[in-house]
Design a protein around this ligand. Structure first.
Ligand code: SF4
Length: 96
């Protein structure tokens, strides 16, 4: 989104969109800007594995170059230390 406050052009104010633009992917807001949430999120093949199994993340158009099969299950390679997304859910349980 990119818009300016009407009538403020002469003031040289920054465009509001430049302040609030998302840096994550459009589908899930996945980004690697830290602080980490992926390492604390339960949507992984196991608590210490950098592979996300959340269906929205696996289907994220912008992450398809990270698609990895783990035990015949589609996953997305993530950054445990800096990654996070809109579907974070705290938990350390392993998905067996
Ligand atoms: S925070 Fe998002 S990308 Fe990271 S493991 Fe959880 S669901 Fe996957």
């Amino acid at each position: 989104m990119d818009f300016a406050i009407p009538g403020t052009d002469a003031l040289g104010q920054p465009r509001i969109g430049s302040i609030y633009d998302k840096v994550g992917t459009p589908d899930t807001n996945y980004q690697e800007t830290g602080p980490s949430h992926c390492e604390d999120c339960l949507h992984k093949v196991s608590s210490d594995a950098p592979y996300c199994i959340h269906p929205k993340v696996v289907a994220d158009d912008k992450l398809q170059d990270r698609l990895v099969m783990v035990d015949d299950r589609p996953t997305i390679k993530i950054d445990l230390e800096k990654g996070w997304c809109a579907y974070f859910r705290r938990g350390k349980e392993d998905h067996e």
